[in-house]
Design a protein around this ligand. Structure first.
Ligand SMILES: Cc1cc2nc3c(=O)[nH]c(=O)nc-3n(C[C@H](O)[C@H](O)[C@H](O)COP(=O)(O)OP(=O)(O)OC[C@H]3O[C@@H](n4cnc5c(N)ncnc54)[C@H](O)[C@@H]3O)c2cc1C
Length: 486
């Protein structure tokens, strides 16, 4: 008779390298049953771009299991606890290993798994597959949690980061009895009805190998210079573009961290670039840390007083922002890249977020929701923390009165308008002098370049200077009422 199997649950850890679940399996001789659970409560919360990414990644991961170990990745649909309960009964498994998760909903589900199934000789173990550090383990000298990034990251850097594990070359035993599995093509997630997600395939290769290659190419070609170049949005390789792979665990944060350290050891001239890059990985850690300590971070401002901020929430302006038809070329280029590719550089994310919140006086949560739907890297922690940062309502936020000027930001980070020309093709032939302010072009030039403002490209939907002053007045009045005191 075959030994009792171990169930391995995969969700946002779709990889073989640095996979503690597999390391743990090596301690035993038992056969394994890897599974992905299509829990509607979890999947429905994802945006369409994330559903698209996850769906394709499951397919790639299933093939990897088959080709590397000749084992089926089982697919099942339903409430996670019930699915696992059923599988325990069917297979007589006695262990379940899972990757730890951090959103409120996922934590509740994982707690239920533990409470309801960790009995009758069943062992349930959760492993940190997603972060460098467990949020609960990082505390200040008083034993409290950090609110500010810099001391948090300094403390993290005093801790040892373990070596990441290579993909095991061990032969795993599969469970030798037939087990029912759904057919992936029967999973009709929201994205399958949304034609727009299909074009994302033109921009991304989705697999663990693609993620590892992307890291290697970035370290070879772009880490040197990262400190200065990462905001230069017109250059295609200014940043790693690893964010969706990190979100879905096709690459581990530990793997990235250690590879960067090794690269820095080999080349002492890139210390600053390396440290700046590691700091960004640190911001990701901090976002998860905040989410862990403030599970409602996606729904409410961390600074509760901002709950009453007098946003105007004009939905027609929101739609123009979403569609990239604001009449501000840099904003429109960013929003159109997002729609085309499911991704946008960090600098652009900051500019469009500031524009939405401050120029249009729209609550950051509308922006967060649009990003959740359209970003392939839509991350519950990074997205919420970054929106709160721009809105000035996070724990360690940019102050509300810091308002980006979309014209000067465009001139500074896309000086020749290369990025704008790529994503707003109706402006591609404009002289550089007008690329950031096409409305200033004399009518004769508008005719010459076939871009009549108001017809071929919109007038700016707001006057930045007026809106900036209005936003500042709102803030002063709000502050004057004592909302921000204390
Ligand atoms: C309004 C707004 C919303 C955002 N939403 C998301 C989101 O949903 N998902 C997401 O992963 N990032 C988000 N970010 C953070 C950042 O813009 C992206 O992580 C980054 O642009 C991803 O590109 P990259 O992988 O090339 O980054 P790189 O510069 O190569 O950085 C490497 C990794 O570090 C992490 N990182 C980089 N910058 C940040 C940051 N500011 N905060 C937290 N982690 C960071 C990411 O995991 C990234 O992949 C948001 C930023 C803003 C301003």
């Amino acid at each position: 008779m075959q030994q009792q199997p171990i169930i391995l649950v995969f969700y946002q850890n779709l990889r073989f390298h640095d996979q503690p679940l597999l390391l743990e399996v090596l301690q035993h001789t038992q056969p394994i049953i890897p599974i992905f659970i299509n829990d509607p409560k979890v999947i429905e919360r994802l945006g369409e771009a994330s559903q698209w990414w996850l769906y394709q990644s499951i397919r790639a991961f299933k093939q990897q299991w088959k080709s590397a170990y000749n084992i089926e990745l089982i697919l099942r649909t339903g409430d996670s606890v019930r699915v696992l309960q059923q599988l325990l009964q069917e297979t007589n498994a006695n262990k379940i290993y899972l990757g730890k998760r951090y959103t409120k909903l996922e934590r509740e589900i994982d707690e239920r798994i533990y409470e309801e199934l960790n009995r009758d000789g069943i062992t349930i173990k959760f492993f940190n597959t997603h972060l460098l550090f467990e949020p609960a383990n990082i505390k200040n000298q008083q034993g409290n949690s950090f609110q500010i990034f810099t001391p948090f990251w300094k403390t993290c850097l005093t801790k040892t980061i373990e070596a990441d594990l290579p993909a095991p070359d061990h032969i795993f035993n599969g469970y030798n009895q037939p087990i029912n599995s759904d057919d992936l093509s029967d999973w009709k997630w929201g994205h399958s009805q949304a034609a727009w997600t299909r074009k994302l395939a033109n921009h991304w290769h989705l697999s663990e190998l693609a993620a590892l290659n992307k890291l290697a190419i970035f370290l070879k070609n772009s880490l040197a210079g990262y400190n200065n170049n990462r905001d230069l949005i017109a250059s295609p390789s200014f940043s790693s573009q690893l964010s969706p792979y990190l979100r879905w665990g096709q690459i581990s944060a530990k793997k990235i961290f250690n590879e960067v350290i090794h690269t820095m050891e080999r080349d002492p001239t890139i210390q600053q670039d390396g440290n700046t890059f590691l700091k960004e990985i640190g911001w990701r850690e901090f976002s998860y840390y905040l989410l862990y300590h403030h599970p409602s971070m996606q729904e409410v401002p961390l600074n509760k007083r901002f709950q009453d901020f007098p946003y105007e929430n004009n939905l027609s302006l929101l739609e123009k922002w979403q569609k990239g038809t604001t009449g501000f070329p840099i904003i429109d280029a960013g929003m159109r890249q997002l729609w085309l590719e499911g991704w946008m550089p960090n600098r652009l994310r900051m500019i469009v977020a500031s524009f939405l919140i401050k120029d249009l006086l729209i609550n950051w949560q509308f922006g967060q929701a649009w990003f959740i739907d359209t970003l392939v890297d839509a991350d519950p922690a990074n997205n919420a923390n970054s929106w709160q940062w721009v809105a000035g309502c996070g724990t360690d936020a940019s102050p509300y009165f810091r308002i980006f000027n979309p014209i000067t930001q465009g001139k500074k980070f896309d000086s020749e308008g290369k990025y704008i020309r790529k994503y707003v093709p109706e402006l591609k032939d404009l002289p550089t002098k007008y690329i950031h302010q096409p409305w200033e072009m004399p009518i004769t030039l508008q005719e010459e370049y076939n871009v009549i403002i108001g017809k071929d490209y919109p007038h700016p939907i707001v006057d930045h200077t007026i809106q900036k002053n209005k936003a500042l007045d709102c803030w002063k009045e709000f502050k004057g009422k004592g909302y921000l005191a204390g």
